[in-house]
Ligand binder design. Structure first.
Ligand code: PMV
Length: 332
């Protein structure tokens, strides 16, 4: 009997605190429930083994042929973990509305949906913390030393305050092999209160950026000159603390200047780009309350905080400044 299973997971947006979060400072991340990745699992043709069909990537492959692909590795681990046999005849279809390599968590969302689908096939409904941990292992293969914020906000699908637990006695990311195997369980993760919904526009530069590149550049910069980077990370942390208080109080207008300030700090950290800066400036000139890059930077997306009255004009300004797409979302 064919047992078709469909699961999904949302995109995410980092409101503030990216990069500094890798160094143990707090960050705030939001799920975007309307923008999702989906996995559909069905019986494969007898003898096919596990076939992955990722239409949006224009790719179809088998686990046997491409075992080193990070998604193949995750699927192989999950088949073992959920006792599904090493090479069942299975078709894994992946579809996603989330722009790839743009700071919106596309990889973590696909991985979360895959964990849920394979778990369900074996009769399990995994808790968000388990999904998050399994996705984290997969993200490490891709990004080396992710903070864990992406897998957490996507697996829990709620706005979070996130503080990464740093391995004791080690410098953050200096030696990833010294991290314990399930660092997610040590992180501080709190649901975030948002008293007044936030209206956000997401402007996509259209430039794809592999997270590990800017993250690696920051790490090299920090290793060479910690005295320059530590105060920048502390300043980002100070913003995150203020943003959390304003979200709880429902003071949306006061958030704008803090987002602007966070963008300036990210420029100083060295992860913005001319394209991101152009969109950020255009959003402010178009009437946004504040704007900043979101995610790893060097491309990908930026966010603008808008109101009902300014949303259309800001979207227009973003398109005129080169945004290849503008998404709108309300959070909280
Ligand atoms: O994957 P992105 O583009 O959302 O970036 C992740 C956020 C960083 O703080 C830059 C890295 C991390 O692991 O937290």
């Amino acid at each position: 009997m064919d047992q078709t299973i469909t699961t999904s997971a949302p995109a995410k947006l980092i409101l503030c605190g990216e990069h500094a979060v890798v160094y143990g400072r707090p960050a705030i991340a939001l799920p975007l429930p309307g923008i999702r990745a989906r996995v559909t699992l069905s019986d494969g043709v007898p003898g096919s083994g596990v076939v992955v069909d990722a239409r949006d990537l224009g790719r179809r492959w088998t686990l046997a042929e491409t075992p080193d692909d990070p998604l193949s590795q995750l699927a192989t681990d999950l088949l073992a973990r959920f006792d599904l046999g090493s090479a069942p005849d299975l078709l894994i279809m992946i579809e996603s509305d989330i722009p790839i390599a743009s700071g919106m968590g596309s990889g973590a969302a696909v991985a979360s949906a895959l964990v849920r689908a394979l778990a369900r096939r074996s009769g399990h409904e995994p808790a968000p913390a388990q999904v998050s941990d399994l996705v984290y292992q997969s993200e490490r293969r891709l990004h080396g030393t992710p903070s864990g914020i992406d897998n957490t906000v996507i697996a829990f699908e709620q706005p979070i305050w996130f503080v990464r637990a740093l391995p004791s006695g080690t410098q953050p990311d200096a030696n990833p092999t010294t991290q314990n195997s399930t660092p997610n369980t040590q992180n501080l993760i709190s649901p975030l209160a948002i008293a007044t919904p936030l209206r956000l526009l997401i402007g996509d530069t259209g430039l794809r950026s592999a997270t590990h590149e800017p993250v690696g550049a920051v790490r090299r910069g920090w290793q060479a000159d910690p005295a320059r980077y530590e105060p920048l990370f502390d300043a980002v942390a100070g913003i995150a603390i203020q943003v959390r208080a304003l979200l709880a109080a429902g003071d949306v207008p006061a958030l704008g200047p803090l987002l602007d300030e966070n963008h300036t700090l990210l420029q100083e950290i060295g992860v913005s780009s001319p394209e991101l800066d152009r969109l950020v400036v255009a959003a402010r000139q178009g009437g946004a309350l504040g704007a900043k890059l979101s995610g790893a930077g060097w491309g990908g997306v930026m966010l603008a905080l808008v109101t009902d009255a300014t949303s259309a004009a800001v979207a227009e300004a973003l398109r005129a400044a080169g945004a290849v797409r503008v998404l709108e979302t309300t959070v909280g």
